[in-house]
Design a protein around this ligand. Structure first.
Ligand SMILES: [Zn+2]
Length: 404
């Protein structure tokens, strides 16, 4: 008996999208759902009641960060992640792979899940950069040795160690250890990394199953393969064939064809298990992902942007410190049901950001979390009601990406 149960309620006609219910040891998640990221076992600047009021169903902690501070043993001694952070709903942890590898030589500065097409044909700059940037992660067949970004101390993750740490942290859903490659890494390297990720997936699974009480946590395998159709399909077949409880879709995509890449994978993955698109959370990408059969998304973007005063609206993102808001006494969005819009004006929030007040990040984060969580809920309802396409088109015709 696995830790989770997944039931598909309704499918999008002629497409991969579906609405479902994911049952975890800490409650149900109506999918598709947006997973709010709480890197250090906290969603920055908001408390768990506020996170919940935004409609959040599930939160994700970062294995790499929690391992370094306060340490996974301490989280275990505290009674596990739920108790430690006072979030009693469903939780996830990532494998730590993305953070470890993004510190390493495979990546250049300005880590992103997306590559622009022109970057991918130009690896000369990257070689130059690698010469001067310190190498913080070294990969071998067994695992990866890396330097802490906090104090420079040396650490080592293997698939077994990543799972052991995630067992200690105790989230409901955990991920196999994978290697994330840079979008601009050469094809040959992407293939090597993918093959290694498959071997690590098997080791993660074997270790997970060998441990007592492993049935209390669901293990997701991660499909890699970069932006290459053949690699993505091979990876989906191999990882999809293993006895995981669900699947993550990791790595990098071309912004222009993210939906296509997700489709390649989801056409192959077993339909009856949940799929999580890792690290993707821009509104336009969420619609694409839902349409192509993604059940869960996570991304730091809504909260990170909010703390920088970049606020989501149905017309696109706006910089709240823009001069045009200083005397604007209307809410961020008139029809928004969030606590921020119910109680505060654009002028007040703009003032808080200009004054570097702590409440600024809180009010901004509440609105952005509410916006993204409810956008995915709307998409879900569209699948159930049979008007997904209309809702998607209405949203996309109005929303201008990256306006601020
Ligand atoms: Zn709002």
């Amino acid at each position: 008996m696995g830790a989770i149960k997944f039931k598909i309620e309704k499918k999008l006609k002629g497409q991969l999208g579906r609405a479902g219910i994911l049952e975890t040891p800490h409650g149900k998640i109506e999918t598709p759902a947006f997973v709010v990221v709480g890197t250090n076992a906290t969603i920055k600047s908001v408390n768990v009641e506020q996170v919940k009021e935004c409609g959040t169903q599930v939160v994700l902690g970062n294995t790499y960060h929690l391992y370094l501070q306060p340490g996974d043993r301490l989280v275990k001694d505290a009674g596990g992640l739920h108790k430690f952070m006072n979030w009693h709903g469903p939780t996830m942890t990532d494998s730590g792979g993305f953070q470890v590898f993004s510190l390493g030589v495979a990546y250049k500065k300005g880590i992103t899940k997306f590559a622009k097409t022109e970057d991918l044909h130009d690896d000369t700059n990257e070689k130059e950069e690698n010469k001067i940037s310190p190498q913080l992660a070294v990969i071998d067949e067994e695992g990866v040795t890396f330097k802490s970004h906090r104090d420079g101390s040396m650490h080592r993750f293997t698939p077994e160690r990543s799972i052991e740490i995630q067992h200690n942290i105790g989230a409901d859903m955990i991920f196999a250890f994978d290697e994330c490659t840079s979008p601009s890494a050469p094809l040959q390297y992407q293939k090597e990394a993918m093959d290694r990720t498959h071997r690590w997936a098997k080791r993660s699974l074997d270790y997970h199953k060998s441990q007592p009480h492993s049935e209390k946590q669901a293990l997701f395998g991660i499909v890699q393969g970069g932006r290459h159709e053949d690699l993505r399909k091979i990876s989906a077949k191999q990882i999809g064939g293993m006895d995981f409880d669900g699947f993550g879709i990791g790595g990098s995509f071309n912004k222009e064809d993210m939906g296509t890449a997700v489709k390649w994978v989801n056409e192959i993955l077993p339909e009856e298990k949940p799929r999580h698109l890792l690290g993707i959370g821009e509104p336009t990408d969420l619609w694409e992902g839902v349409e192509n059969g993604v059940d869960l998304f996570d991304c730091v973007l809504p909260t990170r942007l909010a703390r920088n005063g970049s606020i989501y609206t149905k017309d696109g993102r706006v910089g709240i410190t823009n001069a045009r808001f200083t005397k604007d006494f209307s809410p961020i969005e008139k029809d928004c049901g969030c606590y921020t819009c119910q109680n505060y004006s654009r002028a007040y929030i703009s003032h808080l950001f200009r004054s570097d007040e702590m409440l600024a990040g809180t009010l901004g984060s509440i609105h952005n979390i509410y916006f993204i969580v409810n956008l995915v809920k709307t998409a879900r309802q569209g699948i159930l009601d049979g008007n997904f396409r209309e809702l998607k088109e209405a949203f996309l015709s109005r929303f201008r990406p990256n306006t601020a």
